[in-house]
Design a protein around this ligand. Structure first.
Ligand SMILES: C[S@@+](CC[C@H](N)C(=O)[O-])C[C@H]1O[C@@H](n2cnc3c(N)ncnc32)[C@H](O)[C@@H]1O
Length: 227
């Protein structure tokens, strides 16, 4: 029996057993009915988020073999697993992953355990490479359950990801970051439009409908733009 089926059985048992709060019951039911949670539980990727990046790459062709990639907010490692497969070649692409939380090793991925807002982390990346083809960010703050605060904190991280992209991206490089909608994101999108030839907001099918997250994609970074 595969582990995905076992996991669903275990979840169903948890629902039928004992008293549960409405929200915990809802969470369990959602896991059982969600094909991406089922796929993630089958252990191919470490996170459900991996499927969002696969969709984003199918649509926008973010990566190619041999690319240098920065993965911001990488733990537990689903996006890094997806990227390392896409960039690996005889030439070997370089993937540097960063997170405040620890991440289990992935072959060919250089992991930095730290906060992207910390200058020391930026210097550690610089030691590894300075010319990056793609910067991706799935960074998310710990939710405090207050919508507008969570939105602002998410936007700060997305803007930080763009700042980091401006340090490392090659001319014509690509960028993709998660952002929580609901606040004033138009000015941020306009800054991206100024710096990339093509900018798109995108909500992957694998992103839960009731989640306010979307992804901003910037293709072909224009290094010559003066800020
Ligand atoms: C949704 S998870 C990323 C999941 C990951 N893409 C995957 O597929 O496994 C968001 C991550 O952002 C990280 N994060 C939040 N703020 C950060 C910061 N300032 N610097 C580095 N990582 C951060 C969190 O620790 C968390 O692990």
């Amino acid at each position: 029996m595969n582990s995905g089926v076992e996991n669903i059985r275990r979840l169903k048992k948890r629902i039928s057993k004992g008293k549960r709060s409405i929200s915990s019951r809802r969470w369990l039911e959602r896991q059982i009915n969600d094909p991406f949670s089922i796929a993630a539980s089958e252990g191919i990727y470490r996170s459900r988020s991996a499927y969002k990046l696969i969709e984003l790459n199918n649509k926008f062709k973010l990566f190619k073999k041999g690319d240098n990639v920065l993965d911001l907010g990488s733990s537990p490692g689903g996006w890094s697993q997806v990227v390392s497969k896409l960039i690996s070649s005889s030439k070997h692409g370089n993937l540097v992953a960063i997170d405040i939380k620890k991440m289990e090793l992935i072959n060919g991925v250089h992991f930095i355990n730290g906060d992207i807002k910390d200058e020391k982390v930026i210097n550690l990346i610089k030691k590894r490479f300075i010319n990056v083809d793609v910067v991706i960010s799935d960074m998310a703050p710990n939710s405090i359950g207050h919508k507008s605060t969570d939105q602002i904190r998410s936007q700060i991280l997305s803007e930080k990801a763009f700042e980091v992209a401006c340090i490392f991206l090659k001319n014509n490089g690509n960028f993709c970051c998660k952002i929580i909608t609901g606040g004033e994101i138009t000015s941020f999108v306009n800054i991206l439009k100024y710096n990339f030839q093509y900018v798109k907001r995108y909500k992957p099918v694998s992103s839960r409908k009731d989640s306010a997250e979307i992804f901003l994609v910037g293709l072909n970074y224009r290094q010559d733009v003066v800020e």
